[in-house]
Design a protein around this ligand. Structure first.
Ligand code: UDP
Ligand code: MN
Length: 271
């Protein structure tokens, strides 16, 4: 038996809601890999219960033992002031420091390979072949222009758990003065400078829908990732422009029938 797992992270009830849609979507792909939800103690049992009911393995994971100075530099208001988000808005329930807890997946050494997926994503078709990809594989952070190809997006990636790697990461992460402006994403790009690029379709960022519509093709999109505003936020500023994606997320979340993805209209199509 291959030791493979999809892993996500939830540190509050909002991201647990996101994970419900993610887990439903993963199960519909017919994967036989484990589905692991790492959660902090701050998530109430009521929010975790639906995840357990969907068959996920729930693992409690503490935030990393970073220093007070590190936590101060990455505290939400401070990070937003020092490295402002100019392209979109982060929801009020997003705590930048919590992102670093993703690194705990390197401690899941019972698995030979894991595919991490953000709790704000849905998987449209089977992606089990990612377990055959090497560490560290991630898709580029493409949602606006060609220059985006220089950076990875840490919402979907392939990793090989290893206590040794985890220790090396924690040691590099919290050096004096270290500031990771896009948290785990900036850190992982620096830790794995030779990262392997996955096709963008393994991590299609929602803004591609309106910024680069010619890149969107439902016949190849495997993962839709709702970076910035979340589909369960009430009436966010981009909700109208993203309506078809939000409706699809809602169908996964609610357990409604899912249309054949290959038949969904692409952004350029006439309705
Ligand atoms: N996350 C979390 N609680 C937080 C912030 C982040 O559980 O307060 C987890 C969750 O899995 C989330 C991921 O870390 O999907 C990364 O954050 P987010 O997806 O909001 O970042 P974005 O994709 O907008 O850059
Ligand atoms: Mn995300």
């Amino acid at each position: 038996m291959e030791r493979h797992a999809y892993v996500t992270l939830v540190t509050n009830a909002d991201y647990a809601m996101g994970a419900v849609a993610l887990l439903r979507s993963l199960k519909l792909t017919g994967t036989s890999a484990d589905i692991v939800v790492m959660h902090t103690g701050g998530v109430e049992a009521r929010a975790l219960q639906p995840l357990a009911a969907l068959g996920a393995r729930l693992l409690e994971a503490e935030l990393l033992p970073t220093s007070a100075a590190f936590n101060e530099r990455h505290q939400r208001a401070r990070l937003h002031a020092d490295a402002p988000f100019t392209k979109g808005n982060k929801p009020a329930f997003h705590t930048p420091l919590d992102n670093f807890a993703k690194l705990r997946l390197w401690q899941l050494t019972e698995y030979e390979r894991v595919v991490f997926i953000d709790a704000d994503a849905i998987v449209i078709r089977n992606i089990d072949r990612l377990f055959a990809y090497p560490e560290f594989s991630a898709a580029p952070n493409v949602y606006e222009s060609l220059a985006d190809f220089h950076r990875l997006n840490s919402g979907v990636f392939v990793a090989r758990p290893s206590q040794e790697t985890f220790t090396a990461m924690v040691e590099k992460l919290d050096r004096p003065g270290a500031f990771w402006r896009r948290t785990d994403q900036t850190f992982l790009q620096e830790f794995f400078p030779d990262w392997h690029g996955l096709p963008v379709f393994f991590n299609m960022l929602q803004y591609v829908w309106f910024n680069l519509p010619e890149l969107w093709d439902w016949r190849s999109v495997s993962v839709v990732h709702f970076q910035y505003e979340k589909p369960w936020e009430k009436d966010h500023p981009k909700a109208e422009a993203l309506r078809p994606l939000i409706d699809l997320w809602r169908a996964y979340h609610d357990g409604a029938d899912i249309p054949d993805p290959a038949l969904l209209p692409n952004p350029g199509d006439d309705a």
